[in-house]
Ligand binder design. Structure first.
Ligand code: HEM
Length: 483
């Protein structure tokens, strides 16, 4: 239904803009420079947004990319999406170019709606300060910092499976996976564990997540308006938690290592400066958003593929049971166990190759430049897309085949496997995501086998991939209870 309204709105906008086009736009087109990449700019203002979005709604976002790569016989093509002139960069060489020219030729860009919902430190501070902050973020999320949280993740996963899956014959996976990743984030970022407190966050969070990439019309009742309100509410809540934590740390009532919030409050940069409360609130909000639906989409598609591929399930089961059997009663997972989940991680990687949680991301050209003989004007938006390599037979033979062995040995060639992006802006939550996904797989397969209740359930990508009905499955608990 939402898509229907969106299409109507886009049609309406295109009608109005066609009229404006003939009045003004033709004379000031950003598409008139010589040697631009080949491509079509579509309708005025909306450009090719409808094609771009609708291939995703039909479950094949790669179609937008591959149709044009074939038509123009080029790895770079121009288009116009989300109201902006853009060039889509496809293939490993293009990924390498964009990822290694961060802040030299290109910089990150998000659609206008994201900046408005998310008035991050980019606006409250200088750009330089925002850059410093971004450098600090990986510190809190690097493997050494995360090792101590594995046991907590396992304990929460056990409680999650006990309350959401056990003693049920059927479940719907996607909402459960979301509940799992959100619960983990609330505990590990903020030490919020009380289910009522988590619920207080969860609702505004869903509003925020669904309005963040929306048409930026700030009128009562629009998804965009609800997202702005939700963002303000969550930010206020976060500020309350941060201030209380400062008091608790000073009085010795909170521990410096209990979660990422304590870690952020007590870490200073090389000039001895601590992060400001507002920046911490923004960073935590960013982590909650970045890590929320992405990891739950990955978990959901792991459940889907394991249901469809019993031989893959069997090997994951054997690997996880080996680990489960090595534990004494009540002993939680730790770092060494995670290192022994090699096959399971290869499976997760193959799932994220075929169903990347994020389809790609935008950059903006800081200055004009020439790449591969094409002129890219200053201010153009550049889009890299995971599917342009993940589903390309030049990089992955028989790309539609599920084959975790692609990740054995040296794995895929550089810049071809990019579910987490690359270069300085590569996802800072990659290691955290690896841990939460593996802990999920461990707890899932040691309890159940399952089958899909809707064998041909449609996949929608909007903007994350998800099964249209949330992936309902029938559960078959293993006969003997395991640790
Ligand atoms: C399977 C799970 C995940 C996937 C596939 C994923 C993927 C990505 C991708 C592709 C980007 C964009 C890189 C770019 O702009 O080129 C990104 C950015 C980001 N991710 Fe993740 N992510 C995941 C989980 C997480 C988690 C768990 C967190 C938090 C703990 C997180 C936090 C972030 C943040 C804060 C950014 C913005 C970084 C910046 O702008 O510098 N992500 N992620």
């Amino acid at each position: 239904m939402e898509h229907f309204y969106l299409s109507l709105l886009l049609l309406f906008v295109s009608f109005i803009s066609l009229s404006l086009f003939f009045l003004f736009y033709r004379h000031r087109s950003p598409f008139t420079a010589p040697n631009l990449p080949p491509g079509k700019i579509g309708y005025p203002l909306i450009g090719e947004s409808l094609e771009f979005l609708s291939t995703g709604w039909q479950g094949h976002p790669e179609k937008f990319i591959f149709d044009r790569m074939m038509k123009y016989k080029s790895e770079i093509f121009k288009t116009s999406i989300l109201g902006e002139p853009a060039a889509v960069f496809c293939g490993a060489a293009c990924n390498k170019f964009l990822f290694s020219n961060e802040n030299k030729l290109v910089t990150a860009w998000w659609p206008e709606s994201v900046n408005k919902v998310f008035p991050s430190s980019l606006q409250t501070n200088s750009k330089e300060e925002a850059r410093k902050m971004r450098k600090m973020l990986p510190q809190f999320l690097k493997p050494e910092a995360l090792q101590r949280y594995i046991g907590i993740m396992d304990a929460i996963a056990q409680r999650h499976f006990a309350s959401g899956w056990e003693k049920k014959s059927q479940v719907t996976v996607f909402p459960l996976a979301k509940r799992y990743t959100f619960w983990l984030a609330c505990r590990l970022f903020l030490s919020v564990e009380d289910p009522n407190h988590i619920a207080k966050f969860a609702d505004p969070f869903h509003l925020l997540a669904s309005g963040i990439i929306s048409i930026p019309i700030d009128l009562p009742g629009t998804p965009f308006n609800r997202a702005i309100k939700a963002s303000n509410f969550i930010r206020k809540e976060l500020m309350g938690i941060i201030r209380q934590r400062k008091v608790d740390l000073a009085e010795g009532k909170a521990s410096p290592t209990q979660d990422i919030l304590s870690h952020m409050l007590l870490t200073c940069d090389k000039d001895g400066q601590y992060m400001k409360e507002m920046d911490i609130a923004d960073k935590i909000l960013g982590l909650l958003i970045g890590g929320h639906d992405t990891a739950s989409a990955a978990c959901t598609f792991i459940v889907k593929y394991l249901a469809e591929l019993p031989h893959v399930y069997q090997r994951v089961y054997e690997e996880q049971m080996e680990i489960a059997k090595s534990k004494s009663l009540g002993e939680l997972l730790h770092w060494d166990d995670i290192q022994n989940m090699k096959y399971s991680w290869n499976v997760a990687c193959e799932v994220m190759r075929l169903a990347p949680p994020l389809q790609g991301a935008f950059r903006e050209a800081i200055n004009e430049f020439i790449f591969n003989g094409f002129f890219i004007p200053k201010g153009w938006k550049l889009y890299w897309s995971a599917n342009s390599t993940h589903k390309n037979p030049d990089y992955f033979a028989e790309p539609e085949k599920f084959d975790p062995s692609r990740f054995e040995g040296n794995g895929p060639a550089p810049y071809t496997y990019v579910p987490f992006g690359g270069g300085p802006r590569m996802c800072p939550g990659k290691e955290y995501a690896r841990l939460e996904i593996l802990v999920f797989m461990h707890n899932l397969v040691k309890r159940f086998k399952w089958e899909k209740l809707l064998p041909d359930e449609k996949i929608i990508v909007d903007p994350l991939p998800m099964p249209a009905k949330g992936l309902p499955v029938r559960l078959y608990p293993h006969p003997r209870p395991h640790n």
